[in-house]
Design a protein around this ligand. Sequence first.
Ligand code: NAP
Length: 309
Amino acid sequence: MRRKVIIIGSGPAGLTAGLYTARANLEPIIFEGMQPGGQLTITTEVENFPGFPDGIQGPDLMDLFRKQAQRFKADTRFTHVDKVDFSSRPFKVWTGDELFESDAIIIATGASAKLLGLDSESKLMGYGVSACATCDGFFYKGKEIAVVGGGDSALEESLYLTKFASKVTLIHRRDELRGSKIMQQRVLDHPKIHVQWNSTIEEMVGETQTGGLTGVRLKNTQSGEISVFRCDGVFIAIGHQPNSDLFKGQIELDSKGYIKTNPNSTYTSVDGVFACGDIQDSIYRQAITAAGSGCQAAIDAERWLESQN
Ligand code: NAP
């Protein structure tokens, strides 16, 4: 099957690119991937997406994005792309054994927060466990929270969360922070932040039915001692990884694996392949900026296709 545009990924960037390309009569297919709707489907209430003055649940917002794209006949499929070949045109995309060809490709596969990988962590995600301070910090006004990690993300999130929390405990697995010196100093000097050194989380404690997280079970990496630390929320800030494995060797990536785009556009190193959203943005990483760049990618793709005729 051949299309004018295939979109890979279905967060705010992919579905906005779908809406715009569908309205431009480009009949896009959107391959939604492993996490249809993207990262917002693992958050609870979204309060900073314009147009929803009372807030909206992340999964509901993404359902609305999808419905709006479908209204203009975007062909959304709950399918994962296994392989791509951008070496010649039309570009090739495989889902299992099925081959699709396309004149243009829009990549919107996003990034994923690195997680600790505990069962209790996935169970309590959205119920006291979060991977996004900007999204969820507001819900912890006057509460005691913990942040996991020792890099700039963890330091930045700890400082940000002091705006809401009564106390922030930074849990780090070593006795030395990895983040920049200036951020370290700010954290260490902050009266609301305490650092729990040489500690890893063994288990998130709490039940979704009874109000969620109540604390974490900590292990001291030096002594092996186990203790329970009471807190109302845990923010995991051990880094993000762009979902770009599929494109390695096909398209230019930066040293951290993000797709390189030309300044002020969504053009990539391969003519006819565009990238939008978190897969090419390690700085802003917001639903609204991702949606904006999805719109840009659709317009770039539409104009590029016209220029090929
Ligand atoms: P990072 O620098 O890779 O730091 C990750 C931190 O998480 C490290 O302290 C690491 O511990 C810890 N960690 C990793 N896996 C863990 C695990 N399984 N369990 C417990 N702890 C774990 O990541 P980042 O903080 O997201 O920063 C990424 C890049 O973005 C850096 O270059 C950073 O400077 C940059 N950044 C800059 C800013 C800013 O300038 N405002 C803000 C955010 C990020 P170890 O130290 O023991 O390895």
